[in-house]
Write a protein of this length. Structure first.
Length: 377
């Protein structure tokens, strides 16, 4: 509870003084507890609060009782989303910190049913930053309705302490301005490259094709590295091969075609999947690197990026049913997304329950002792 009070106490209340029957901190606390315990709407949060009214009264000032679902909806719709996200990010940084040299993955996710066609409002799209070593979301920024992720990445990066870290972004964020910002914040990048940069993409395809055909014979051993990983699961065999090339002549040639800030190496990942039924598929992915990593380090950075998909976005959809949420008034969808990510972080920090996130949510709803343990860490 101390973290909640410490980091959200300064949040600006959007209500006029005469209409404040319930304190803002009490509303946020009940809402967060409700989301932790399985509530997925303002009505469910109100019902949860009513069911736990005696417990909440033991540590919250509630002269007006438990707020109604309309109150929760109005307050979170008017609450400044950027301030709320900043409080969330401050708490995450205080709890987890940023370990030197860890991978920070930036990726976007759409809350698919948060759109309002009648009002001309698009579905909420969020860009989040995920720390691979600490396994926490360090911050998030909503993408403007009339823009895309490219405009949100710089804003999110400015919120982060990145010195010494490696930032990974998919092809949408493979932009020279974003690369320059990462370098300016004393970090390095591993950026996925696709045909949104056709000239550079074609040159890199040709470079690796020629190098592989000759077994990299024309390059000194010190400027290239290779690694191979084999894994099994879900009825398939997956073979991943990684190449990193940091030859100065190649980099100078590529930079002539498309000048790229801080380019120190290029990378290739080739993944082959084979199923028991005899089917197979092969995929090649290309990357720009500002640090000449060895093949193993490169593989770890690329694999770490998918952690935000597997350990955050997938859990938000499966355990929190985020894609089905119809919360959409004002800034409510964005603020509810903060509550979900905060709840997910607190639930993942628990090491006492040997079960999944959904089961932990149920357990927290059944046991106020366990809920208090989740809140206090």
């Amino acid at each position: 509870m101390r973290g909640l009070v410490e980091h959200f106490a300064g949040l600006e209340d959007p209500r006029v003084a005469r209409s404040q029957r319930h304190s803002l901190l009490a509303i946020i606390t009940i809402a967060l507890c409700g989301v932790i315990c399985g509530a997925e709407s303002w009505v469910e949060i109100e019902q949860f609060g009513q069911a736990k009214a005696e417990w909440f009264t033991s540590f919250l000032e509630l002269p007006g009782g438990i707020p109604s679902h309309d109150t929760f909806g109005r307050v979170f719709a008017r609450l400044d989303a950027q301030q709320f996200e900043a409080c969330f990010a401050e708490w995450m940084r205080a709890v987890a910190g940023v370990l030197p040299a860890q991978v920070i993955a930036l990726d976007g996710k759409t809350v698919r049913r948060s759109h309002d066609r009648m009002a001309g409002k698009a579905a909420l799209h969020l860009v989040s930053a995920w720390a691979s070593a600490n396994r926490v979301v360090l911050g998030q920024v909503a993408v403007d309705d009339k823009s895309n992720e490219i405009t949100a990445f710089p804003q999110l990066l400015r919120q982060l302490a990145l010195s010494g870290c490696i930032v990974t972004i998919d092809a949408m964020g493979c932009q020279t301005a974003i690369a320059e910002q990462i370098l300016a914040q004393k970090a390095d990048y591993v950026l996925a490259l696709k045909d949104n940069h056709p000239t550079l993409y074609d040159e890199m395809q040709d470079t690796f094709a020629l190098a592989r055909a000759s077994g990299f014979a024309e390059y000194a051993p010190s400027v290239w590295d290779y690694g191979r990983q084999v894994g099994k699961g879900h009825g398939r065999l997956e073979i991943r091969e990684h190449w990193v090339l940091s030859d100065p002549g190649v980099l100078a040639y590529l930079s002539e075609a498309v000048p790229w800030p801080g380019l120190r190496a290029i990378g290739l990942v080739e993944a082959q999947r084979r199923w028991r039924e005899g089917q197979s598929e092969r995929e090649a992915r290309y990357y720009l690197l500002s640090r000449p990593l060895c093949a193993q380090q490169f593989a770890e950075a690329v694999r770490s990026h998918w952690g935000i998909e597997n350990r955050v976005h997938w859990l938000l959809d499966m355990a929190f049913r985020e894609d089905e949420s119809r919360v959409r008034m004002g800034d409510a969808a964005e603020n509810f997304a903060v509550l979900r990510r905060l709840a997910l972080h607190l639930l993942k920090q628990d090491t006492t329950a040997n079960c999944g996130i959904k089961a932990r949510r149920l357990k927290a709803g059944w046991s106020t002792h366990y809920l208090l343990h989740i809140l206090t860490g």
